[in-house]
Write a protein that binds this ligand. Structure first.
Ligand code: URA
Ligand code: SF4
Length: 216
């Protein structure tokens, strides 16, 4: 039986802005991931950004520094932002899961990223829903399959649906607070793992260009 996570709902303050959420998330016990992580990593960026980008979960660097996308994936993302005409300061950047999930490396002190379970993603969604409610972006960009599946369900395939503007899914139940569109693309870490890195990067950057063009 998969473990049932209690969920973050009870930890999300009923009122307050992004900074109130960011303080409160540190006390979240909505799933087991807080136990081994250094801290929760909340979203960051413009409080009323027109575009909100969402990744999977903080990585090892993010877990230590407390900010999203400050490690290797973040550097790829920053290059793509520059070349797509987006600025980190103008967007809001977050993850569907706020605590780092990892396994220790067999040797040494390195911590190896482990994909969050469907239950952990579900448990953490109230935080992401709060970010959507407060930032009110017009467009959401899903960076990778975990974020895209969190919005569209487990059957969603990034490879088949990437780089196009999709309607924001009703099942997410944000009503009038919902963004207009979602664009799914690959995760910047997958660009770094690709056999042809430059080709993978250019496809990724072109998807961000589509997102950036949609805001004009
Ligand atoms: N990968 C993610 O999905 N998010 C981060 O913040 C860093 C790496
Ligand atoms: Fe709460 Fe999300 Fe952290 Fe789980 S991962 S403890 S739900 S903030």
């Amino acid at each position: 039986m998969p473990q049932r996570e209690a969920g973050a709902e009870a930890f999300v303050p009923a009122t307050g802005g992004l900074s109130a959420m960011e303080s409160a998330v540190q006390a979240c016990r909505g799933c087991g991931l807080h136990e081994n992580a250094t801290q929760a990593v909340f979203g960051q960026g413009a409080a009323r950004a027109r575009v909100l980008l969402v990744g999977e979960q903080p990585g090892a660097s993010e877990d230590v520094e407390g900010h999203p996308f400050v490690g290797p994936a973040g550097r790829t993302l920053d290059r793509a932002f520059r070349e797509a005409g987006l600025r980190r300061d103008d967007v809001y950047l977050t993850n569907v899961v706020k605590h780092f999930k990892f396994v220790p490396a067999e040797r040494g002190k390195r911590r190896i990223h482990k994909k969050p379970s469907v239950g952990e993603v579900r448990a953490c969604l109230p935080w992401f829903a709060a970010e959507l409610r407060l930032v009110k972006p017009e467009l959401v960009v899903c960076l990778g399959a975990t974020a895209a599946k969190a919005l569209f369900g487990e059957s969603f395939r990034v490879t088949r649906n990437r780089g196009v503007l999709l309607d924001f899914p009703e099942r997410f139940e944000l009503g009038e607070h919902g963004p207009d569109y979602v664009l799914a693309t690959v995760h910047p870490s997958s660009v770094l793992r690709a056999t042809d890195r430059e080709a993978a990067y250019l496809d990724f950057r072109n998807d961000l260009r589509t997102a950036s063009d949609a805001l004009r």
